[in-house]
Design a protein around this ligand. Structure first.
Ligand code: 5RP
Length: 225
């Protein structure tokens, strides 16, 4: 079993009978979905799930989980998802996929947000390994890009997989992948992005994670704020 699978199985043990559980997106979240489905069958666990993406909805359906549509959600007991970067104070970077809006809504709606990752995701600051994904409506991208450049940002629209057009999120947004000066700090950058008109959502998850489970060489460590 690899570290992503190990940490996903560890998180699946936190799910209790009767819970409404949010499913994240990505390879680590996929292991969680599979283990949850196994527990539903083998441990007769009675739960409902809601999904943060089309792909996770399909995975959950394939594996026979009972799905509540996000339109009907008012809250979640638990939301379990991966991350691209995790700082020591549990600020996250997410959104290499295309479902930032749903992911952040679900992280906020959950009583507890469990983050599952292998140790490759640990960084000292947001933006250390990846640029910050910023969702923008297609009509607004140039104006938003200029606002972000005025903050010291550099970057451009994310290309699509064939590099013959641009990446479109599941909500029809474009994605600006931007880097910012290290001196801005996670908190200031988060606030600046939150208050930039035209930004639909961005990949910094500040103050949302309840706990991070990190697997490193076959061991799971719990990190809390
Ligand atoms: O934020 C995400 C998707 O928007 C993922 O959780 C993140 O990219 C981690 O993916 P993986 O588990 O495949 O390493």
């Amino acid at each position: 079993m690899n570290d992503k699978e190990l940490v996903a199985h560890y998180a699946a043990q936190q799910v209790l009978d009767g819970m409404l559980v949010g499913l994240g997106t990505g390879s680590t979240a996929n292991y969680f979905i599979a283990e949850l489905a196994r527990r539903v069958k083998d441990d007769a666990l009675n739960i409902q799930v809601a999904s943060s993406s089309v792909i996770s909805t399909l995975k959950a359906q394939e594996q026979g989980l009972s799905i509540v549509s996000i339109e009907h959600l008012e809250r979640l007991d638990l939301y379990v998802d991966g991350a691209d970067e995790i700082t020591p104070d549990l600020v996250l970077l997410k959104g290499r996929g295309s479902d930032l809006v749903r992911e952040k809504l679900m992280a906020r709606a959950a009583e507890r947000f469990l983050v599952i990752a292998d140790q490759s995701k640990l960084v000292s600051r947001i933006g250390e390994k990846f640029s910050i994904p910023i969702e923008v409506p297609p009509f607004a991208w140039r104006l938003v890009k200029r606002s972000l450049e005025a903050l010291g940002g550099h970057g451009d629209l994310r290309p699509n997989a064939n590099k013959d057009g641009f990446w479109i999120t599941s909500h029809g947004s474009l994605v600006l992948d931007m880097t910012f000066p290290e001196s801005m700090g996670n908190e200031r950058l988060n606030e600046a992005l939150n208050s930039t008109p035209g930004v639909v959502e961005h990949g910094i998850f500040h103050g949302l994670a309840s706990v991070v489970y990190v697997a490193d060489n076959g061991q799971v460590v719990e990190k809390r704020r």
